[in-house]
Every structure is written in structure tokens, then in C-alpha cells.
Design a protein around this ligand. Structure first.
Ligand code: 5GP
Length: 141
């Protein structure tokens, strides 16, 4: 299997603007940032995305996400942070090595190039359908 771009970054074959590294995790600036300070957090152990990620890898990422999110927030005093994580092409994944986006959000949009619009249109669901959906998911856990 050909290495993904992120595996090449971890292995030092492609340069990156690294902000953090430990035994299990690597974090660096997104080279096409959505806003100023857009940072990626990836596990060193390869998984394609959330679906094949083992619990230990998820824990390693989870352990450092708050620390890196706080550093990103403090760096430019942003007004909030979105954490995005895309799985499979239809959901917007373009690099097939698990990664989390930390995207700072700014009220002062212009100097921080924050033109991101997160739309979250709520849908109406009847109680019986909620129950059907709940059961379909819960039965698999
Ligand atoms: P996805 O769309 O898979 O959730 O996110 C992949 C991200 O990787 C994109 O935001 C894209 O800008 C970033 N990216 C793609 N190639 C490179 C690269 O070579 N270096 C860095 N630092 N980021 C990259």
C-alpha cells in the first residue's frame, strides 16, 4: 500500500509545520488552512479513519486533543474552536489517514480569514422513529 501524505509527514519524508509530537501522536498546521491556526492532529499508527481505529489509538488522540486545542486558542485569542473529523470520501475525507481538524473561530473574521460557515439544519423526527433509530444503533454496541 502506498503511504498517505500524512504517513510521509510523520516519517519526515515531507516537511510540515509541526506543533507537537509524542510517542503516539503528531500535530502540525494544515497547509490549506480554513482559518488562522488550523491544526491537524494525527496518530502515528496508521488507520484509514474512525472505522478501523483501535481503542488505544483513539485514547492517544483523545489524551492530547484538549491540550492542543487550548494552545491553538491561546495563540491568537480566538473566540471558539471547531473540531472536525471526516470519514470516507462522501463525508469530506481526502487524506486516508485518521486525522482531527482543530479550527479556531474568530469574531474578527477579516484578519484571521475566518469565512467558514457551519450549517446544521435540524430535521423533524417523530418519537417512534427516534426509538427505531436509537435501537438500530444501540443494538450494535
Ligand atoms: P480531510 O479533507 O481529509 O478531512 O482533510 C485533509 C486535510 O489535509 C485538508 O484540510 C488539507 O488541507 C490537508 N492537507 C493535504 N495535504 C497536505 C499536506 O501536504 N500538508 C499539510 N500540512 N496538510 C495537508
Amino acid at each position: 500500500m502506498e503511504k498517505t501524505i500524512f504517513e510521509k509527514i510523520i516519517d519526515g519524508e515531507i516537511p510540515s509545520y509541526k506543533v507537537y509530537e509524542d510517542e503516539h501522536v503528531y500535530s502540525f498546521l494544515d497547509v490549506f488552512p480554513i482559518t488562522k491556526g488550523h491544526t491537524l492532529v494525527i496518530p502515528k499508527k496508521h488507520s484509514r479513519n474512525i472505522f478501523d481505529c483501535d481503542p488505544e489509538t483513539a485514547a492517544n488522540i483523545g489524551r492530547v486533543l484538549p491540550k492542543i486545542a487550548n494552545a491553538v486558542k491561546e495563540a491568537y485569542g480566538c473566540d471558539g474552536v471547531n473540531i472536525f473529523q471526516n470519514n470516507e470520501e462522501y463525508a469530506g475525507q481526502s487524506v486516508f489517514h485518521l486525522h482531527f481538524h482543530i479550527v479556531p473561530r474568530y469574531k474578527d473574521k477579516d484578519i484571521n480569514f475566518d469565512n467558514l460557515e457551519v450549517k446544521w439544519p435540524p430535521q423533524k423526527v417523530e418519537p417512534s422513529e427516534f426509538e427505531e433509530i436509537r435501537k438500530a444503533i444501540a443494538d450494535r454496541l
